[in-house]
Design a protein around this ligand. Structure first.
Ligand code: SUG
Length: 444
C-alpha cells in the first residue's frame, strides 16, 4: 500500500489584517497597523498550493473561520442582531473586535497535532485540535477547526478525533508547529518529537516571551493518541530561541522523514537530542543538518524564516526540496547557507522560493500555512468533503477569492458591518465548494 504526506494549507481569510496581536511574534508586533491585502494573501497561498501540486504532492485546503466570531461576541454578553453585536463591541473595545476578527486560522500548522495510524495503539490516525490557549485571538479557533477536520477525516474506523486539551495556559498546546515525526517511509512507525517551552506548573524565569506550549500538554497529546512511550520524545525549546522570537519550534527547525534541519540554538543540548532520536528510531539512518550560528545568526533565522520552510519529498525529484519564503533569498546569510547546502549534494537537493509575504508579515511562513498528515491509499479513499485540490478546484477557489475578497483591510476597518457580511457570504459559498456542511455558527 502506498503512503504519502499530504499538506492541508489554511486559506488566508477575508479579514486578514495586521493588528499586532501576538506578543513574542516579532513580525506581528513590528508590522502592526500596516495595510493588509487579503485578496493578495489568499492568492499567494493558492499559488503555493499549486506549486506543490506541480511537484506531485497531494495538496488539500482548510477554510478560514467565520470572523468576527459571533459565538465569542455572544459569550462576551453582546446581544441582538449580528450587526448590533458588532456595533456594540466596536464601541466598547476595538481591541476585542480585532481579537475576534483575526484571520489567524490560516496558520494551520497550529490547527492540530496529528499522529498517523502506524504510530498509534489502535491503528487509527488521531487528531487533537490545539487549544492555542496562549493567545486569546487563537484560543477561539479549535471548535470550528475540529468540525472541519471531522468533515474531512470522518470519525470511525480510520480516524479518531479528540477535543482540545482543557486547562487553559497551563495546558497550552500549539499543535503541529511544535511536533516533528521521523521515519524512513511515511507508512513506517515513526518517532514523535514534541517540543515545549515550559513546564505547566513551574515559573519559567528564563523566558521573556511566552512559552506557549507546556510539557504536560505535549505528554497528554501523546498519551491520548496512544503513542508508544519508546517512540515519543519530549524536549524543551531553547529559552534563547523563544526570547529571540521563535514563538513556535517550527521557526527554528523542520523535518521530513529521516532528515532534521535545525538551528544550533533551537535546543539547549542538540548532541543529546540527536542521541535520543537515534536511540528511539532504531535502524533508520537519520540525517541531521544542524545549522551553525556562525553561518546563520539566530536573528537572521527568525527574520528570514529559513526553518519555517516546508521540507518535502517530491515524487518528481531526487532528494528533498525546501519550499522557502522569498525573504530567505533576500537575507545574505540565509541565501549563502541555502546555496552551499544545495551545492553540498546531501539529502536536500532543491530550494524553491515562494512569495507568501502577506502571511509572513504576521509571522507565518510556508510551514505555518500547512498542516501535514501521512495518509495511506485506504485513508485517502476514506476522506470526506472536497478539500483535496485539483487544477479545476484551484481555478474555482481563485475565482472565489477574486469575487469576495477586499484588497485593503486596516485594523480600523474591523468594525465595518459590511466586511463581516461580505466575509460570511464568502464562507457560505466556500462551504458549498468544499462540501463541508454547516461548520460555522452563522450557518446554524
Ligand atoms: O500565532 N500570528 C500567528 C502566527 C502563527 C505562525 N505559525 C507557526 N509558526 N506555525 C501567531 O502568532 C498574528 C495575528 C495578528 O497580529 O493579527 C498571529 O496570530
Amino acid at each position: 500500500m502506498a503512503w504519502r504526506e499530504a499538506n492541508f494549507d489554511g486559506i488566508v481569510g477575508p479579514t486578514h489584517n495586521y493588528a499586532g496581536l501576538s506578543y513574542g511574534n516579532v513580525a506581528s508586533a513590528s508590522n502592526k497597523g500596516l495595510v493588509a491585502n487579503p485578496r493578495e494573501g489568499a492568492l499567494q497561498g493558492l499559488d503555493k498550493a499549486q506549486h506543490l501540486m506541480g511537484l506531485g504532492m497531494m495538496q488539500g485546503v482548510l477554510p478560514p473561520h467565520d470572523r468576527p466570531s459571533l459565538h465569542a461576541l455572544r459569550a462576551h454578553g453582546f446581544t441582538g442582531s449580528d450587526r448590533d453585536m458588532l456595533a456594540k463591541a466596536w464601541e466598547t473595545s476595538p481591541a476585542l473586535v480585532a481579537n475576534l476578527t483575526s484571520s489567524a486560522t490560516m496558520w494551520t500548522a497550529n490547527a492540530a497535532t496529528i499522529s498517523p495510524s502506524p504510530d498509534t495503539a489502535d491503528g487509527r490516525t488521531h487528531f487533537t485540535p490545539a487549544n492555542l490557549a496562549a493567545m486569546y485571538h487563537r484560543s477561539i479557533e479549535w471548535p470550528v477547526t475540529s468540525r472541519v477536520l471531522k468533515a474531512i477525516f470522518p470519525e470511525g474506523e480510520r480516524f479518531a478525533h479528540h477535543d482540545a486539551l482543557e486547562g487553559g495556559t497551563h495546558m497550552g498546546d500549539e499543535g503541529a508547529a511544535n511536533h516533528n515525526r521521523f521515519c524512513a517511509d511515511y507508512g513506517d512507525e515513526g518517532v514523535a518529537l514534541f517540543v515545549y517551552g515550559r513546564g505547566a506548573f513551574e515559573k519559567a524565569d528564563d523566558l521573556i516571551f511566552p512559552g506557549r506550549q507546556t510539557l504536560e500538554a505535549s505528554r497528554a497529546v501523546a498519551r491520548q493518541h496512544g503513542l508508544s512511550p519508546k517512540k515519543a520524545l519530549f524536549v524543551r525549546q531553547n529559552p534563547a530561541a523563544i526570547n529571540a522570537g521563535a514563538f513556535h519550534n517550527d521557526v527554528v527547525a523542520v523535518s521530513n522523514r529521516n532528515v532534521f534541519f535545525y538551528h544550533e540554538d533551537a535546543f539547549v543540548n542538540p548532541d543529546q537530542l540527536e542521541r535520543d532520536i537515534l536511540g528511539a528510531i532504531g535502524d533508520v539512518e537519520m540525517r541531521f543538518i544542524r545549522v551553525p550560528k556562525a553561518h546563520v545568526p539566530l536573528a537572521d533565522a527568525v527574520k528570514s524564516y529559513l526553518f519555517n520552510s516546508q521540507l518535502i519529498s517530491s515524487p518528481h525529484r531526487e532528494g528533498m526540496t525546501l519550499i522557502l519564503p522569498g525573504e530567505v533569498a533576500e537575507t545574505p546569510s540565509t541565501k549563502a547557507y541555502v546555496d552551499s547546502l544545495i551545492a553540498s549534494g546531501g539529502a536536500i537537493t532543491h530550494a524553491d522560493y515562494l512569495d507568501v509575504r502577506q502571511s509572513m508579515r504576521n509571522g507565518g511562513g510556508p510551514a505555518c500555512l500547512r498542516l501535514r498528515v501521512a495518509l495511506s491509499d485506504d485513508d485517502v479513499n476514506g476522506l470526506g468533503a472536497n478539500a483535496i485540490l485539483n487544477a479545476g478546484l484551484v481555478t474555482e477557489l481563485q475565482a472565489w477569492v477574486r469575487k469576495h475578497y477586499r484588497d485593503r483591510v486596516m485594523p480600523e476597518d474591523l468594525g465595518d458591518p459590511l466586511l463581516m457580511e461580505e466575509s460570511f457570504a464568502a464562507l457560505d459559498d466556500l462551504t458549498q465548494i468544499l462540501k463541508l456542511g454547516s461548520v460555522y455558527d452563522f450557518q446554524n
